[in-house]
Design a protein around this ligand. Structure first.
Ligand code: TYM
Length: 342
């Protein structure tokens, strides 16, 4: 059975990269597929989070999901820590995954920085928890941005090794020749890697110290306009064909953002704006960005005024998620050889 799972960390402002790289896709998918969208609060604490900030950010990410168009009647929306089976399966995966696999994770190396000895053990095991998020629902499709590719490869490796290591027990327990699916990453669309507005060689990120590097989903129209106007560009006018964007990362990024916001392609954008100076193109980009994003920010503000309503959605989503996760965990316990009440 096909099932979509994806998640975001509540570790700061959500930005245009999160929206264009993932959320837009999520909203499309909920129309035709069964979808589970998670706020991964247990991943968030792999680096220090102030408790009061964390609480607010969990609600804010949930508000962003809802404001952007995720529908709690169609999709399951919840926060990870309310479904303990994620942590339980992650432990089993810690025993399936190899230390060598973790050592190859580029995101760990980036996040741990130079002082690797002092990174949390949770940050190191992060991909194992991520595999558990997905596989505790035996999800088949995971829509994410380009930066999550390596983590999803590891998820497949974990599923495959579990299926191999426990092949005999999986068959004995009546699950045929594979228990976990080999999940397919869905890294698609015109903006799977949105770059910083200040540096076309770095991805747009929550952790960039410069707020001018990103457009936050909570930014108002004036802030969006200012950030786009200050975005780095080169001195040439826009080319009339996508080919001409090669070697011009900042131009390529702004065109990709425009295309993603309008649901068109870079070719379409250049057909209309090829030959324009950046000043003119940026004015047009401000228009489409404000039209698309300002209502989301407004709706987020409205939702944040009633945290009780947000919490109720998360509780309801968790209850629905837990039913699926519990079934998987019972099966996993039988397969692994744990004794349990029946
Ligand atoms: P996170 O919270 O960093 O990002 C959430 C989603 O936004 C995408 N994204 C981007 N896409 C395009 N351009 C960018 N500049 C950009 N920045 C972020 C990410 O690819 C992601 O899809 N490890 C995950 C969270 C996670 C998860 C999961 C995802 C935990 N468990 C299970 C999928 C399935 C993360 O840190 O995403």
């Amino acid at each position: 059975k096909e099932l979509v799972f994806s998640g975001m960390q509540p570790t700061g402002n959500l930005h245009l990269g999160n929206y264009l790289g993932a959320m837009i896709r999520w909203i499309e998918l909920q129309k035709t597929m069964e979808c589970i969208y998670c706020v991964v609060d247990m991943h968030a604490i792999t680096v220090w989070q102030d408790p009061a900030d964390l609480k607010r950010q969990i609600r804010e990410v949930t508000a962003a999901y809802l404001a952007a168009g995720l529908d709690p009647k169609k999709s399951i929306i919840f926060n990870q820590s309310q479904v303990h089976q994620h942590a339980e399966l992650a432990w089993i995966f810690n025993c399936v995954a190899r230390i060598g696999w973790m050592n190859r994770m580029t995101q760990f190396k980036e996040k741990a920085g130079k002082d690797r000895e002092n990174a949390s053990l949770g940050l190191y095991a992060y991909p194992s928890l991520m595999a558990a998020d997905i596989l505790v629902y035996r999800a088949t499709h995971v829509p994410v941005g380009e930066d999550q590719k390596q983590h999803l490869e590891l998820t497949r490796d974990v599923a495959q090794k579990f299926n191999n290591d426990y092949a005999a027990s999986i068959a004995e327990n009546g699950y045929g020749d594979a228990f976990f699916p080999l999940t397919e990453p869905m890294i698609q669309g015109p903006a799977t890697r949105v770059m910083s507005l200040r540096d076309g060689s770095k991805k747009m990120s929550k952790s960039d110290p410069s707020d001018y590097s990103r457009i936050n989903l909570t930014d108002d129209a004036d802030t969006i306009a200012q950030k786009v106007r200050k975005a780095k560009t080169d001195p040439e006018p826009l080319p009339s064909e996508a080919e001409g964007l090669k070697g011009r990362p900042e131009a390529e990024n702004l065109v990709a953002i425009y295309a993603a916001l309008t649901g068109t392609t870079p070719e379409d954008v250049l057909r209309d704006h090829g030959g324009s100076q950046f000043s003119g193109f940026k004015a047009a980009l401000v228009d489409v960005a404000v039209t698309k994003l300002a209502p989301i920010a407004g709706e987020m503000r409205r939702l944040m005024a009633d945290p009780g309503h947000i919490d109720a959605i998360l509780v309801d989503g968790s209850d629905r998620a837990r039913v699926i996760a519990a079934q998987t965990m019972d099966a996993v316990k039988d397969i692994v050889g744990f004794v349990r009440a029946r």
